[in-house]
Design a protein around this ligand. Sequence first.
Ligand code: FAD
Length: 447
Amino acid sequence: MTIVGAGLVGALLATLLAQRGFAVTVYERRPDPRIAGYAGGRSINLALAERGLHGLRLAGMKDVVMKLAVMMRGRMVHHRDGHTELLRYGRDDSEVIWSVSRGRLNIALIDAAERAGARFEFDRRLTGATFGDDVALRFENEAGVAGEAHVPFAIGADGAGSALRAAMNAYTPLGERIEPLGHGYKELEIPAASGASRFAIEPNALHIWPRGNYMCIALPNAEGSFTVTLFLPNEGDPSFATVDSPAAARRLFERDFADALPLIPDLEADFAANPVGMLATLHLDRWHIDGRALLVGDAAHAIGPFHGQGMNCGFEDAVELADLFAAGADDAGAVFAEFERRRRPNAEAIAAMALENYVEMRDSVAEPAFLLRRELGRMLAARNPDRFVPRYSLVTFTRMPYAEAFARGAAQERVLRALTEGRRRIGEIDLAAADARVRAELAPLAS
Ligand code: FAD
């Protein structure tokens, strides 16, 4: 098994395949992060949820990773007037998400893959591939020295800018469409505090400063700091076109994120040093060519980060692919086709839900009509747990296929909108009639 890319998905896939007895080689562009230090490039930490945890559990990694993780119970909303409110994600602490360091998680996964028998070739950047009787992969190292490998098939886990995808697309068009989100992001830092609690603000929450068309978020790191991400449109005011200097960033924070400003002592330096990350959704009509090459993770379906599901979705890919290979590795073409058939509709669904969640995070969480629907949704879920589960919970705390969660969420939203139309307070809603409507319109969920 040849994998290109030892990022989060490539390293988990290598572990799962090696644990199932396959001989695995992984080619990675970067030097070994355990020796050279982790060169991440984007989002210092990420939110891990049930789908990702499931993959880590199967790889025997859950306990290792949990030691690196900080629990997040809900969204801590920072309103303009400075007051904060915690909107819980789930029913209780059994339904939470976890903030983990990308670098530590990646290194733990590379270690696990090696322990399982996978072989890593670092400092090997894929520069091209040709698809003949076998697959010829061409590499270059940092010193510019070229090399080649001939393999029966290759799996591309080389991220959103996948070089394997480019080579496949040149060989046979994959129907690639890149949909820019029109928004970018910049990372800043709230350093660890010196007091008894190492955290300057509530550690067990994902902090959000929703401001309409833009927002800031902050996720905790185990040693006490928070990684802050400022999301802004690329054009308009404010945008990365107008907030284009450290001084402009300070003015934006003074006006819109006043309670965050004193927590970010190096705002200007962070703003100057860190690049603006671009965001886009990648759609492909095909993820594979015959039995010769397959794309997984961001290489196949990069999505917006607003549901915190890109890695979680990629980990589901890794589990699905390892299971399919374990069931019948002889026919790679059949495995790849079945993998695409099962996963592509789900990747499309989470891409759409991630975009919807951006609007929810930056805007709706501060809107009364949204908060009323949310409150009613939680009441209906408590009263009808077999029929009504908020979509966020289906995506985050279950492994229901994303496409099903998407459809179910739409049906539930229709019920909520009908029940709250023209209402301002929960007391104005007849809950018995609401229950009857839920029973009439929403079939019971499988357990
Ligand atoms: P990557 O992590 O990009 O790894 C690709 C690997 O391939 C890298 O190691 C790279 O060096 C290597 N590579 C690249 N090109 C070559 C080449 N030519 N030759 C050899 N090797 C190569 N997801 C979540 O689940 N939760 C979150 O909270 C979350 N937050 C995010 C926040 C931001 C700002 C962003 C941008 C993304 C976020 N994501 C989140 C998404 C998540 O980062 C990705 O879905 C995940 O990293 C995908 O993993 P991957 O292994 O497919 O790709």
